[in-house]
Design a protein around this ligand. Structure first.
Ligand SMILES: [Zn+2]
Length: 352
């Protein structure tokens, strides 16, 4: 869709969406790494970042399908080798989010990948990430909290390790866990033990399910893992009984519109499962997933609900507000953020 063809009404809707403060609950630190940051990381360890290297790294940002994306994600992670690299990444992410009006974000980090690839302990990663995030917050950046994301391919033992590390990293603003990777590598129900242990330790819980695996994975996420939120969950749309359950219980779905189109989880914007899920009353929220790897931003995700999916500006703001309410913030802080969003949406004279 060409922005040059925007009608005045569309332009004013876009401006409204831009000026509303935002929250995000499904955002991977590793998938936020833009090419210039990756090149800085290479230079930082004294490697060439010439044309050939640049072309090799640029190729990590286009994906044929979901498995190709996972392979690119793994290759990108293999370039992140030192704790200080994570400081650079967190600073860059914080600056970008600030520019988009994001006030608060819960950010996934997958320390089990870096432990396996480079032997970096989770605490060393988070020491750098948290220091950068707090410094940026002092400069007006968003407040960031972190969720350790396990990897399905690493099995139950890998998830147990992730829970252990998350529990030990509370001082670094790690508040919970998730589980990502290849959904077909292991059934969701197998991870019941680590999720029970996470709850026992007071960690908040979410799990990627129903992105590439079918509705059963979402059922298991809710009934067996007792996860508080579902990462994506869009394939729930295939099971009307599940959609009714999601709506009845108000389980937040961490939806990421562009990601689904780029990976093939959605068969195009005109057949995007977010629309029927939203119309059925399921708890759709709006997020950017891996913004660098999918060439998107949270602002563009909000706009895509309007321009590609045909929702009204009021519906988009309501989904943004639901996203803020689905955060793991204390209730009073959620409501303060929501009040700020509602005020900005209602004030036509506010600067965009
Ligand atoms: Zn994700």
């Amino acid at each position: 869709m060409s922005r040059a063809r925007d009608t005045p009404a569309e332009s004013s809707d876009r401006l409204l969406l831009r000026r509303v403060p935002k929250a995000e609950i499904h955002l991977h630190l590793e998938g936020s790494v833009e090419l210039p940051t990756l090149l800085d990381i290479l230079r930082g360890r004294g490697e060439s970042a010439g044309p050939a290297e640049r072309a090799r790294l640029a190729a990590l940002y286009s994906h044929r399908d979901f498995l190709d994306f996972l392979e690119n994600f793994r290759r990108l992670c293999s370039e992140i080798r030192r704790p200080q690299d994570f400081g650079l990444i967190a600073s860059a992410l914080s600056r970008r989010l600030q520019g988009e009006g994001v006030r608060y974000a819960e950010v996934f980090c997958s320390p089990s990948i870096f432990w396996r690839l480079h032997g970096i302990p989770a605490a060393e990663i988070m020491d750098a990430v948290c220091a950068a995030a707090r410094r940026r917050e002092g400069e007006g950046g968003p407040r960031l909290r972190f969720l350790f994301d396990g990897v399905r391919q690493f099995g139950v033992a890998g998830m147990e390790e992730t829970v252990e590390w998350a529990s030990a990293c509370g001082a670094y603003d790690v508040i919970g866990i998730g589980l990502g990777g290849d959904e077909k590598a292991a059934p969701t129900r197998e991870f019941a033990g680590p999720y029970r242990e996470a709850r026992r330790r007071g960690l908040r819980t979410t799990v990627h399910a129903g992105e590439f695996d079918g509705p059963r994975s979402v059922w298991e996420a809710i009934e067996v893992l007792e996860a508080e939120r579902i990462g994506h969950g869009v394939r729930a749309v295939e099971d009307p009984e599940l959609v009714r359950l999601l709506a009845r219980r108000g389980v937040p779905l961490e939806c990421c519109p562009t990601s689904n189109v780029r990976t093939g989880a959605a068969k195009g914007w005109d057949r995007h499962p977010i629309v029927p899920l939203h119309r059925s009353g399921a708890g759709v929220t709006v997020n950017s997933d891996d913004p660098a790897m999918f060439s998107t931003t949270l602002v563009e995700e909000w706009e895509s609900l309007l321009t590609h999916l045909g929702l009204s500006p009021e519906e988009v703001v309501a989904i943004g507000v639901r996203t803020a309410r689905a955060t793991f913030l204390p209730e009073a802080e959620k409501e303060a953020l929501v009040a700020e969003m509602v005020r900005a949406a209602a004030d036509p004279g506010a600067p965009a």
